[in-house]
Unconditional design. Structure first.
Length: 287
């Protein structure tokens, strides 16, 4: 346990540092897991930097979270923001007659700060949303895709049990110049289909899970220049800490598993991931 994490014995210890800096391209610093308090932002960033995770993309999933993400990005050089309405928010807002208003608010947040690098996470989630909510979800997704193109921001996609429909919408609306499949969850064929459309694929702690061989196959067929890494913290904690609270400082565990899966030397993989992340999110940020 590092000094940055003193007083939080429930958290996993810091892993061995990486040989080259990388970016956690998707985390939720504002979200607590269960009844555990969220890590203080400065503590979370310090712990991550200690192991070589020098920058993060903070993602807001609703309007309060989006505003928080922009504020944190404007106060911390290591952080940029992604803002959107999560797919599971869209049907709720539609039921309240507030979806168009909320989308307009997201657009203002994106346009109002150069610290917002991404429109996301948006997309489709057929796991939690029943059929009657899917039209609103798709309406929201289409609006976010259009927004990302018009405002020249990276599109970050949440896709759960909706692979074919995600691709259908992208084909119909048109893919933006930069887009990321967050927490990639498909197989090798879906990976190829996304890459053919210009995607970067972001792999999370799920790639370390014992039952995730199809995901590892997807990683193996993904070109090195399209690979990203993320935590989705505080969720999707990599082995051997699965089930505990995730944080950006645990990225090294996922990257070491990815290096073992692909056969790419760890230092080379880290260097590629950093380069890819800056390419995917519109350039370098921070010191």
């Amino acid at each position: 346990m590092t000094a940055a994490l003193e007083g939080r014995p429930e958290l996993p210890a810091l892993p061995e540092p990486l040989p080259h800096p990388v970016v956690d391209n998707h985390c939720h610093l504002d979200i607590a897991r269960g009844d555990e308090p969220a890590l203080d932002v400065a503590v979370a960033l310090a712990a991550a930097a200690e192991v070589g995770v020098t920058r993060v993309v903070q993602v807001g999933c609703d309007l309060p979270g989006a505003r928080w993400a922009v504020d944190v990005a404007e106060r911390h050089d290591q952080v940029v923001a992604g803002v959107a309405l999560h797919p599971n928010e869209a049907p709720l807002l539609a039921e309240q007659g507030r979806l168009d208003e909320a989308l307009a608010d997201v657009r203002r947040l994106v346009a109002g700060s150069d610290r917002v690098r991404a429109v996301g996470e948006t997309g489709l989630d057929f796991f939690r949303t029943p059929p009657e909510g899917r039209a609103a979800q798709e309406e929201s997704f289409r609006a976010h895709v259009t927004m990302s193109k018009e405002l020249d921001r990276t599109l970050v996609i949440h896709d759960r049990d909706a692979h074919a429909d995600v691709l259908r919408v992208l084909d119909e609306v048109g893919v933006p110049p930069r887009w990321v499949m967050h927490c990639f969850s498909g197989d090798a064929a879906f990976a190829r289909a996304c890459v053919e459309r210009g995607a970067h694929l972001s792999f999370a702690g799920t790639v370390t899970f014992k039952n995730a061989e199809p995901l590892r196959e997807a990683l193996r067929v993904t070109p090195l220049d399209r690979v990203l890494v993320e935590t989705d913290a505080p969720y999707l904690t990599p082995v051997p800490h699965r089930g505990r609270t995730n944080a950006s400082y645990l990225v090294p565990l996922t990257l070491r598993a990815m290096a073992a899966t692909t056969g790419v030397p760890l230092a080379e993989l880290c260097e590629a991931v950093e380069t890819n992340t800056f390419a995917a999110f519109g350039g370098r940020w921070g010191a």
